[in-house]
Design a protein around this ligand. Structure first.
Ligand code: APR
Length: 236
């Protein structure tokens, strides 16, 4: 029987680490190799859109080649037990490819592009394959940019994420250093009664409220370890 309880997963780059996608802030992270100011800001786009396009084309190529890992698959499996809503900071589509049916992308989805003109959130365009081309244009004639939220930009899905957080009977925070706001602030909006877990190799040091249960470990191992407890909570 499927429980009427709601599980909310709030994931970050660590959820995709076991799929071979680099995180951002670990010692081998993406921001060790690139200056984020050069590739992930509106200023970077204004200065050199070709460079930014190439940077995300490269990311997209790797994401298309990657496969969902056991952690993603276990989260998708949870849908057999309860309603599962994933809020991800990740721009990859590995949760969806693992079978999760309800995924909100807080920071966009790299498989899509959007206008670089004034009406950016009006329409998202699926990119065919890995390459967004310099000549690709939106219906209003503006150059297409990756559908990614850059540093310094608003997070259009934030309000929706807040209301999802408020529904959680169980919250699983997975693989995020909780350093980027406003996303990181979301975890404070779960109800007092919500059963809260943080799964991360650095779980012991991450800045979460006292009612979080810290589960030290990678995504697949960590989710596996909390499964018995989740089942217990769902049966209450
Ligand atoms: N399983 C689970 N977590 C892991 C694993 C793993 N195998 N390997 C590393 N981690 C954890 C790290 O310990 C760290 O806490 O994943 C987290 C990754 O943190 P960040 O690299 O800071 O990524 P994230 O929190 O998702 O970044 C937030 O920053 O650059 C922006 O927009 C980008 O959405 C991103 C945002």
């Amino acid at each position: 029987m499927i429980s009427s309880k709601v599980i909310v997963v709030f994931s970050g780059a660590g959820a995709s680490a076991e799929s071979g996608i680099q995180t951002f802030r670990d010692s081998d992270g993406l921001w060790e190799e690139h200056r984020l100011e050069d590739v992930a800001t509106p200023e970077a786009w204004a200065a050199d859109p070709d460079l930014v396009t190439r940077f995300y084309n490269e990311r997209r190529k790797r994401i298309i080649e990657a496969k969902p890992n056991k952690g993603h698959l276990q989260l998708a499996e949870l849908e057999k037990m309860a309603s599962v809503k994933v809020i991800t900071q990740n721009i990859d589509d590995l949760h969806e490819r693992a079978g999760s049916s309800d995924v909100l992308h807080l920071h966009g989805n790299i498989r899509y592009s959007k206008s670089s003109g004034p009406n950016q959130e009006r329409e998202y365009y699926k990119i065919d394959g890995w390459e967004l081309k310099e000549s690709d244009r939106c219906s209003e004639g503006y150059r297409l940019r990756p559908h990614v939220v850059w540093f310094g930009e608003a997070v259009p899905a934030y309000e929706e994420a807040l209301s999802i957080l408020g529904l959680a009977d169980i919250l699983i925070v997975l693989g995020t250093s909780l350093q980027v706001y406003p996303a990181a602030g979301l975890i404070h909006y779960a109800m007092k009664a919500t059963h809260k877990y943080i799964v991360d190799p650095k779980a012991e040091t991450l800045d979460v409220p006292a009612d979080f249960i810290r589960v030290k470990g990678g995504a697949s191992e960590g989710i596996q370890n909390i499964l018995p407890e989740l089942k217990k909570v769902l049966s209450l």
